[in-house]
Write a protein that binds this ligand. Structure first.
Ligand SMILES: [Zn+2]
Ligand SMILES: [Zn+2]
Length: 236
């Protein structure tokens, strides 16, 4: 069975079965999201983070030390979870183990926390694009799937194909911060004009913020006034 057929079959089975908690597989109640109420309290929440770059830090100021001296191009970053335990497991399955249907659970976890945080509503969403070579390899863009669910539920338009990854870059995990930044410069390009003024970039995990920074630079150069970054998790 090819991947598309396999994923369709899996989604059909998931739809027929009662909704289960991602963590403990117990049957979920009508008012529970992706995890049951017991597992929800054990999720690795980011309790204290910089409202500008999303980095975890424990001081009492709004911005971290880094952002007090050198601020990113984007204006706000919201990643409600730390990239560990059940959240890391969810994202790894979604990205690397051919489980695109988990994008809905990831979007639902992010959305629950966004609503709780009384978020500023953007005019449009834009998913971090993947280079065509990696997209062909994986068969789907996981960030775009998360963005589609958010767009549908929050009723915020999703800008598809406005920005593309014009040059492939090596996986970021094995690189130094300096190397990541260098690799990403000029790797995205604008494909369609953007009318929105307040845009949220949708990513799965924000690590150094270099990807969001590159996309934010393009958005701001093309008439966007306020750029938010929404990710499921931020690395520590
Ligand atoms: Zn549970
Ligand atoms: Zn910061």
């Amino acid at each position: 069975m090819n991947f598309t057929l396999y994923n369709c079959a899996r989604q059909a089975i998931n739809w027929l079965l009662p909704k289960q908690c991602l963590q403990c597989q117990s049957t979920l109640g009508d008012h529970e999201g992706s995890v049951c109420n017991y597992c929800y309290v054990d999720l690795p929440f980011q309790h204290s983070y910089c409202s500008r770059c999303g980095q975890n830090y424990s001081a009492k100021t709004d911005y971290c030390g880094h952002c007090l001296t050198s601020q990113p191009t984007f204006d706000h970053c919201f990643c409600p979870f730390e990239y560990q335990s059940s959240i890391k497991d969810l994202i790894c399955k979604l990205k690397y183990r051919q489980r695109p249907e988990l994008a809905k659970a990831a979007a639902s976890l992010l959305m629950g926390e966004l609503i709780e945080s009384n978020f500023e509503r953007p005019d449009a969403l834009i998913a971090v694009p993947m280079h065509i070579s990696r997209l062909r390899e994986r068969g789907y863009n996981h960030s775009a799937l998360i963005a589609q669910h958010l767009s549908k539920t929050l009723k915020i338009p999703l800008l598809s194909g406005s920005i593309s990854k014009s040059r492939p870059t090596p996986p970021q995990a094995q690189q130094s911060l300096k190397q990541r930044k260098k690799n990403l410069v000029g790797s995205f390009s604008l494909k369609k004009n953007i009318q929105a003024k307040n845009v949220a970039i949708i990513d799965d995990v924000v690590t150094t913020g270099s990807t969001a920074e590159e996309i934010a630079k393009i958005l701001k150069k093309n008439g966007v006034d306020y750029v938010q970054v929404w990710g499921i998790a931020h690395t520590l």
